[in-house]
Design a protein around this ligand. Structure first.
Ligand SMILES: [Zn+2]
Length: 328
């Protein structure tokens, strides 16, 4: 059933997409030539039979089709907000519990909206569409912002993102979309669309809107810890693609520097572990750290550089050190 009120917010997000996409950390050469406004509907689900229930959907899952013909999105509103009454919330510090509980539905809705539309909905695969025909300037190739040099790889005729990236493709793409959500949830104009406005010109982190942003980052960090129940120490493999991605983002937060995000614990078995995240450093440390990772994820995908992508992603989502219960 369509939730008309929430759908209106998502339609507004679609309307600001063309102005928002250029804020992402890559040059126009790596973005779809012309943004085709998609449909974005918020649904309330009456019944859903599946082994895993998504909170939002961007279809189809074929990048070449998304790029050439377009796509559509749905947000599943009552999946987003579903939770058991009095559900315990491990890893959130008691001091943060109130703000977390009050804002997590709103934060999650913003996150899903951005993830689907501006995450999965962005990016251009640089392709040789048929022998000798390219969808980019092949004689003067785009400059790779990571290396500062002209790109040397692209998709060959009949190659798709899935065929080149193989088993890596799904989790890698989810991580890219989640990073877009973390980067753009800092955008005041987007938060405004979802009804959060302090009425001030500058972004006040101690406002109600700041609470939503803080909760977004806190939720992502928490998801990164919870993710590890889906990692198998025996096979050293991840059992869920989104959770692997979120763990990678938690690591990005932890490595953002200046104590931006710290895991606090005294007990050796980590059973008292809580997340300490400095809300005053989300814009100065959190967002730039995420954008650095996002740029790599994005460019490697655009230019079919699966080798660099695999190396980078394996490192980003590798479980080691204190996460194995050993020394920190
Ligand atoms: Zn996704």
């Amino acid at each position: 059933m369509v939730n008309k009120e929430r759908t209106a917010a998502f339609q507004k997000l679609v309307a600001v997409a063309p102005a928002t996409i250029p804020k992402l950390p890559w040059p126009a050469d790596f973005e779809i030539d012309e943004f085709t406004p998609p449909d974005f509907t918020s649904l309330e689900v009456l019944s859903f039979a599946s082994s895993g229930i998504p909170a939002g959907i961007n279809i189809p899952n074929y990048d070449d089709i998304r790029q050439d013909l377009g796509f559509k999105n749905v947000s599943l509103g009552n999946v987003l907000s579903a939770k058991a009454p009095n559900e315990p919330i491990p890893f959130i510090h008691p001091e943060d519990l109130e703000v977390y509980q009050e804002n997590r539905d709103a934060a999650f809705e913003v996150q899903v909206g951005i993830h689907e539309l501006l995450g999965h909905g962005t990016g251009k695969l640089l392709r040789e569409t048929s022998p000798g025909v390219y969808n980019f300037n092949h004689s003067s190739p785009p400059i790779n912002p990571i290396t500062g040099k002209a790109i040397t790889t692209h998709y060959k005729p009949n190659e798709t993102y899935s065929s080149v990236f193989g088993a890596l493709s799904s989790t890698y793409e989810e991580c890219r979309a989640e990073c877009v959500a973390m980067a753009l949830s800092c955008d005041f104009n987007i938060l405004k669309i979802f009804g959060f406005d302090t009425g001030k010109r500058d972004f006040d982190m101690n406002s109600e809107t700041g609470d939503v942003l803080y909760t977004s980052y806190l939720s992502m960090a928490r998801a990164g810890i919870v993710a590890m129940e889906l990692w198998d120490p025996k096979s050293q493999k991840w059992g869920q693609i989104h959770m692997q991605a979120r763990y990678g983002i938690l690591k990005t937060f932890l490595e953002a520097g200046d104590g931006f995000c710290v895991l606090d614990y005294k007990k050796e078995d980590l059973s008292d572990l809580t997340i300490k995240l400095d809300r005053s450093k989300i814009l100065s440390h959190g967002r730039p750290a995420v954008e650095k990772v996002l740029q790599k994820l994005h460019i490697y995908k655009c230019i079919a550089d699966v080798e660099s992508a695999r190396k980078f992603y394996d490192e980003l989502t590798g479980v080691e050190g204190r996460f194995l219960g050993g020394e920190s």
